[in-house]
Design a protein around this ligand. Structure first.
Ligand SMILES: [Fe+2]
Ligand SMILES: [Fe+2]
Length: 242
């Protein structure tokens, strides 16, 4: 194992270089909800050959700019990025995918009975994600922005409705795992988002949309679990000591 990757978690590797996320996706390695594991552990879990994964990571060309190093971004910028790139995307994708799944169920449901289950699971994950993002936007993110803007403000002065920030973070991480599990179930029910031979164009479009939705969720959860949340905990600890 390349020593560069020995002491760090897969979440840290993607936080330091987002392009490694695509490599991990290719090998089926979970870097978002399961991001706090070492590379050997994550490889074992995904039945991937660690040497082959390290070769693929090493094959990435050097990066042109350091501005995409999200670990250096202030929390305000990180949160803006999460909102404009990921929350906005989720809100635009949900109704489109739901509409396509309803149509597929209507047209192909008789020959593909799994479509009913897929539509139900998707409806569930949609409702959960809407509520999840609302909680982040209304409660957690404003608090984290405040921590970032006033890092020296003592803990007792700042009004927090939830005690330490670790409490809502734990809840958000649990909801991330639930959403990731539901998407994994949809992936299994669709045999890896594969449209059937007798599927129409809407079928192919909808499978591509679902695949994109899961990919985006992994990046979204990664940015929160492995970059934003550790920063928030660190800022809160600083404030408590300051
Ligand atoms: Fe989010
Ligand atoms: Fe989240």
């Amino acid at each position: 194992m390349n020593e560069r990757f020995e002491q760090v978690t897969v979440g840290d590797i993607v936080a330091a270089d987002f392009r490694t996320g695509a490599v991990f996706e290719r090998f089926g390695i979970d870097f978002c909800c399961g991001g706090r594991r070492s590379l050997p552990d994550a490889c074992r879990e995904a039945s991937a050959d660690p040497a082959e994964v390290v070769r693929a990571l090493d094959a990435l060309p050097p990066r042109a700019t350091s501005d995409d190093d999200v670990t250096r971004w202030p929390v305000d910028r990180l949160i803006d990025h999460i909102l404009t790139r990921h929350h906005a995307y989720v809100r635009s994708a949900l109704p489109s995918i739901a509409r396509h799944l309803a149509k597929l169920h209507e047209v192909h449901g008789a020959r593909h009975p799994e479509l009913a289950r897929i539509a139900t699971v998707f409806e569930q994950v949609s409702g959960e994600l809407e509520q999840h993002m609302f909680k982040e936007e209304q409660i957690l993110f404003p608090y984290v922005r405040d921590l970032g803007r006033h890092p020296d403000q003592a803990c007792g002065v700042r009004i927090s409705p939830f005690g330490t920030v670790e409490n809502p973070i734990r809840m958000m991480e649990r909801e991330h795992r639930e959403a990731a599990d539901e998407l994994r179930l949809i992936r299994e029910l669709t045999s890896g988002y594969m449209p059937p031979a007798d599927g129409c164009t809407t079928y192919s479009v909808c499978m591509a949309e679902l695949a994109e939705f899961e990919r985006d969720l992994h990046c979204h959860v990664h940015l929160e679990n492995n970059v934003l949340f550790p920063k928030a905990v660190e800022l809160e600890n600083q404030a408590a000591g300051g």
